[in-house]
Design a protein around this ligand. Structure first.
Ligand code: XMP
Length: 518
């Protein structure tokens, strides 16, 4: 197999830099993101076929603001500057950038003033197209060797090209969906201009990842992989099993806080169907015992985290000697984010990842997914033949249902919640909406309300339905579920789940809310 081609994305701190990587990968070209001040070192190791300079929040009119390392322009590979990256490219190569009186933010229109390889087969001279802009400054003079290929109402230069040196710039953001032709323009850059083959696929990744795992673990090494019932750990386990077979042992710590049927599904699939050695620790008694009477959300999370490590240690001993521990680390956990530098460090919630590496454990890590985004992990899961019900599953928090029962929890409340949650998810699936929603779940409220059923008075608990859209869980919008569906779900929950007599719908976005209630 030929060596994979790479594009290097140089990050100036834009909130959407990761989207550039996703769009480029969708073109079948692998790419990595590096902070702007580490770009040249990365060039030495990665030998990219092209470089993309991202957007960023700073202003080039500020002398202290970040610049691209000038050596990037002398590599002889194509460079595409986006927004701030475009302005940096222009200013650093002899053009001029000025603070604009007006900010251009949101949907805008560009006039294509000339044809250029970036637009091939997508935009033609004389056409007008919709793009998404987010800039304050503008380029007022192009550097020598460049020509203008697009302008907008507010900016004389919305795109420019120097074909001889293969340097390009766009003021708008081709990586966001609000620039409808953006993916095609990035495709032109990667395939036509940088001449990448575009042969990076999940089939190829699977093959290379299996080879990498084999060479890391060696002919006799043994690996332990914590399973959580979620997508990442399941995909990692299946991939590692493909690489080293029975030398993988999975450990499944069941804290009794999973959704209905989930624990059994994990055991049936991995031990039963795939025949992967599995240590299943049913530790629900221990967890629920420790959580009894605990009402503070942070205390709940910390208790669950600590207990998880304790049980995992025991299970690990039962799994036998192993020098490697698998982790489902993903690419967004690995990227050194420029936008997060100097950012707020206040803890909103202490996240606990089931299957995460407890501190002080003496293991070497196997992290076969560390190059992938979440949706790529799902694709890999499909490639590996994992069932759709698992691969398409909504994210589920490490502390599980404990943070979906505000206040003190017990087994009875968890059972009530599980039943309501299963009805909700079943109705969403039946309505064909499950896959359009990032996360949906029921929260059992610590509130009792009066109702009437038949001729009798009821005094039972209320619950809240939550459904949100999101791309990474960092921000979220509530999902506008149709009213008739909400009505059907409420009727079914109240009729079928003893203990709930009122259903509400949570219409809070994040921020200011969070997705989970605790
Ligand atoms: P919040 O509630 O902070 O959640 O808006 C954002 C996303 O993170 C998930 N979440 C967790 N995931 N361990 C996890 O692995 C945790 O402790 C945890 N807490 C929240 C949440 O479900 C949502 O997808």
């Amino acid at each position: 197999m030929t060596t994979p081609e790479r594009i290097l994305i140089v990050d100036f701190g834009s909130q959407v830099t990761q989207l550039i990587a996703r769009r480029v990968r969708e073109q079948g070209v692998y790419c990595d993101i590096v902070p702007y001040d580490k770009a040249v070192q990365a060039v030495d190791t990665e030998r990219p076929k092209a470089v993309i300079l991202s957007g960023g929040p700073a202003s080039l009119t500020d002398a202290e603001s970040p610049r691209a390392d000038p050596r990037l322009f002398a590599l002889g590979v194509p460079v595409l500057g986006i927004c701030y990256g475009f302005q940096a490219l222009c200013q650093q190569l002899g053009g001029e950038v000025e603070g604009a009186g007006e900010r251009e933010f949101g949907r805008a229109t560009v006039d294509v003033v000339d044809d250029c390889p970036l637009f091939d087969g997508v935009w033609r001279k004389g056409e007008r197209h919709t793009v998404w802009m987010s800039h304050g400054d503008k380029v007022t003079r192009l550097p020598p060797g460049f020509r203008s290929v697009a302008r907008s109402d507010n900016a004389p230069f919305a795109a420019c090209a120097d074909e001889r040196r293969r340097l390009y710039g766009v003021l708008f953001h081709p990586e966001v969906v609000h620039t409808p032709d953006g993916a095609a323009l990035l495709g032109n850059f990667a395939r036509r201009i940088a001449q990448c083959r575009g042969d990076w696929s999940m089939a190829r990744f699977r093959h290379e990842a299996v080879e990498r795992i084999r060479s890391q673990v060696g002919p006799n090494g043994r690996v332990i992989c914590g399973l959580s019932g979620g997508v990442d750990s399941s995909v990692a386990a299946k991939l590692i099993h493909e690489a080293i077979g029975e030398r993988l042992t999975c450990v499944f710590v069941d804290h009794g806080l999973l959704r209905q049927g989930e624990a059994q599904e994990v055991v049936d699939l991995f031990r039963g169907h795939y025949n992967i050695p599995l240590v299943h620790k049913d530790a629900s008694e221990l967890f629920l015992g420790k959580l009894a009477g605990v009402t503070d959300p942070e205390q709940k999370r910390k208790l669950i985290g600590a207990t998880f490590i304790e049980v995992f240690e025991q299970a690990k001993r039962e799994a036998g000697a192993a020098e490697f521990l698998a982790q489902g680390t993903l690419y967004p956990d690995v990227i050194e984010s420029v936008s997060a530098r100097g950012g707020p460090s206040v803890t909103i919630k202490s996240h606990h990842n089931v299957g995460g590496l407890p501190e002080g454990m003496n293991f070497k890590l196997v992290e076969p997914l560390r190059e992938l985004f979440k949706d790529e992990v799902r694709e890999l899961g499909r490639e590996l033949g994992l069932p759709h019900s698992l691969v398409g599953r909504h994210p589920f928090p490490g502390p599980g249902l404990a943070i979906r029962v505000p206040g003190a929890i017990d087994r009875a409340k968890l059972d009530v919640l599980r039943k309501a949650d299963a009805i909700y998810l079943e109705e969403l699936r039946n309505a064909g909406l499950y896959d359009a929603i990032w996360q949906a779940f029921v929260v059992l409220l610590p509130v009792r309300t009066v109702g009437v059923m038949g001729d009798a008075r009821t005094y039972d608990q209320a619950c809240a339905l939550r459904a949100v859209t999101s791309t990474d869980g960092m921000t979220a919008d509530f999902y506008p579920l149709p009213h008739d569906l909400l009505g059907r779900i409420a009727t079914r929950i109240i009729n079928e789940v003893k203990g709930i007599n009122r259903v509400t719908y949570d219409i809070t976005s994040k921020p200011p809310g969070t997705i989970e209630w605790e």
